[in-house]
Design a protein around this ligand. Structure first.
Ligand code: ADP
Length: 264
């Protein structure tokens, strides 16, 4: 059933405090509101898909959720802390509890896989330790374990730019695994992959969040994956929440309305 903006879908654990909470959040670029009046609450362990046409505000919403963008109005709370009230050090510490996976993987091509995976630990390492690890990699065992889990056991010392797109996205997943965040955000994680590799990576992302008990919020352009891989679907259109619903209750009418093309 379609729900009005900001209304929580049923079937979630009401007792758990939300990890991510937006209240009336908006983002404005000049006169243009990329997001408007978004209220959304994500509880620990939920798997939430953000869907909607290109330009609907999905990436902007994810950047509010990891604190890389600040709201022009309203508030964003992570783990019960209002990001607007935090100083730089506290903000960094809070952000380190959120792991983000990008469409273009965001890896350093000429570096070996192990260094890209270890980049997930940087927030918890001193500068000296980070530099030492570039010469003599630290934490090799757990990095190997993460790479084994994503099916890249033999690629530890391979140059990252020699890997295929699907393999690079797996490296990005391993990096998030070693970061061990409380919540994983993914911005169109499979949009640059072919359908088979995309299905594999999406399945892996879902399984990892389930195995590790981590929250997952991902934007997706393949609507069917939102239904099959996430428990809850948030439909965004023109910067506003059109529906927020358990996947099982999303109807074809809701998706038609979401992607409707308005007459000029
Ligand atoms: P989506 O991820 O759903 O495709 P985005 O969040 O990337 O949408 O963008 C939402 C809207 O905000 C789009 O119209 C986009 O052009 C606009 N937008 C995003 N970033 C900026 C920016 N830095 N300056 C101006 N407009 C922007």
């Amino acid at each position: 059933m379609k729900q009005p903006a900001g209304v929580q879908a049923e079937g979630r654990t009401p007792s758990a405090s939300p990890q991510i909470e937006l209240r009336g959040a908006g983002v404005r670029y000049g006169d243009f509101w990329a997001l408007k009046d978004v209220s959304l609450s994500v509880s620990p362990g939920e798997r939430v898909a953000l869907v909607g046409p290109s330009g609907a505000g999905k990436s902007t919403l994810l950047s509010l959720m990891n604190g890389t963008a600040a709201p022009s109005e309203g508030s964003v709370e992570l783990f019960g802390r209002d990001l607007g009230s935090l100083g730089p050090a506290e903000l960094r510490r809070t952000q380190a509890r959120i792991g983000t996976i990008h469409q273009q993987f965001d890896l350093v091509g000429p570096l070996r896989v192990i260094h890209n995976v270890n980049a997930g630990r940087l927030a918890g390492w001193s500068t000296l330790r980070a530099i030492r690890s570039l010469v003599l990699p630290l934490e090799v065992a757990s990095t190997r374990q993460a790479l084994t889990r994503v099916g890249l056991a033999g690629k530890l010392y391979e140059r990252t730019d020699r890997l295929s797109g699907g393999e690079r996205q797996r490296v990005a997943l391993a990096r998030v695994m070693v970061q061990d965040p409380a919540a994983i955000l993914a911005d169109e994680p499979i949009s640059s992959l072919d359908p088979v590799r995309g299905e594999e990576v999406m399945g892996l992302l879902r399984d990892l969040s389930a195995e590790l008990g981590r929250t997952l919020v991902t934007s997706l352009h393949v609507f069917e994956y939102a239904l099959s891989h996430c428990d809850r679907v948030v439909g965004l259109r023109a910067g506003r929440i059109l529906f927020d619903s358990p996947s099982a209750e999303v109807t074809p009418e809701m998706s038609r309305e979401l992607y409707r093309i308005d007459p000029q």
